[in-house]
Design a protein around this ligand. Structure first.
Ligand SMILES: [Zn+2]
Length: 277
């Protein structure tokens, strides 16, 4: 039997608003409810950002704490992953929630362009975030926006700044960063396997490319990310009614490629995480 596929649901992000899709969960209670539905549909990782009441992004640790409590209560066993991405704060603010010891946190190890700005990740900040993740026993998910980020993550795991084995996500389709390109995707997979044979990986595609990346990853034996953070539509005519609806699309692709959908317990084992708190 092929390896179970871990489905990650990126519930909110920093960018989409209710005006783009009213199903985007903004308040903590909406986030918990939306995640719960996605968990029941087959997601085992919740990738989380938090928002202010006016929908602007924040990295307020108090909000992350309340969200984490809600998720532990309503989605027992689910893997909680907090974003340290750069849209919700600057400098070390971005890691201010790490002392809450989520199971995982996202980590970008280099810089690149975003649609309207530079996504700045200085060596000093990357090293600090990585050291906090070691200190609090948090597994990083490396967000690779570029081939160089894969090399940098491997280097950091070789010299002890990151714990092995790596978990790397290939992000494709962010405007002004790496486009969605199958040959590059295949090369990413091949390069990671060559440099870090014990690593596992997943992929995320933006907007209409979410389903494209889901299919490439599931077909190639990787794991998959979906959710309203990256894409608010089911297709060009229809908004996604929920995060769960997007998770269901990924589950259907797992059926098509005969990949069992990982339970939260299997996902924890594959990722080498501590037991559910
Ligand atoms: Zn995110």
């Amino acid at each position: 039997m092929s390896e179970p596929c871990i489905i990650c649901v990126a519930i909110t992000g920093s960018v989409p608003k209710k005006a783009n899709n009213p199903a985007v969960p903004i308040s903590i209670s909406e986030q918990v409810e939306s995640t719960h539905e996605a968990f029941e549909a087959g997601a085992s990782i919740a990738h989380c950002h938090v928002r202010n009441d006016d929908e602007t992004p924040t990295s307020d640790p108090e909000k992350f704490a309340r969200l984490g409590e809600g998720l532990k209560k309503h989605c027992p066993g689910m893997i909680i992953q907090y974003s340290t991405g750069g849209r919700s704060g600057s400098g070390r603010e971005r890691g201010g929630m790490l002392p809450l010891k989520p199971d995982m946190a996202s980590l970008t190890v280099g810089s690149n362009n975003f649609p309207t700005r530079v996504y700045e990740n200085s060596p000093e900040l990357v090293d600090w975030l990585a050291s906090e993740m070691i200190k609090y026993d948090i597994k990083p998910e490396i967000e690779a926006f570029d081939l160089s980020h894969i090399f940098q993550a491997v280097k950091m795991s070789e010299d002890g700044r990151l714990k092995k084995p790596l978990y790397v996500q290939f992000v494709m389709g962010v405007k002004n960063a790496m486009p969605v390109d199958k040959e590059v995707f295949d090369f990413y997979v091949k390069t990671l396997k060559r440099l870090a044979p014990d690593a596992s990986w997943c992929g995320a595609g933006i907007a209409q490319n979410q389903i494209v990346l889901n299919e490439w990853c599931i077909a190639a034996g990787g794991h998959a990310r979906t959710g309203l953070e990256d894409n608010v539509r089911l297709d060009k005519d229809r908004l996604a009614p929920s995060n769960a609806a997007l998770v269901k699309r990924a589950v259907e692709l797992c059926e098509k490629y005969e990949r069992p959908v990982a339970t939260w317990a299997q996902a924890r084992e594959i990722l080498g995480l501590r037991a559910a708190a």
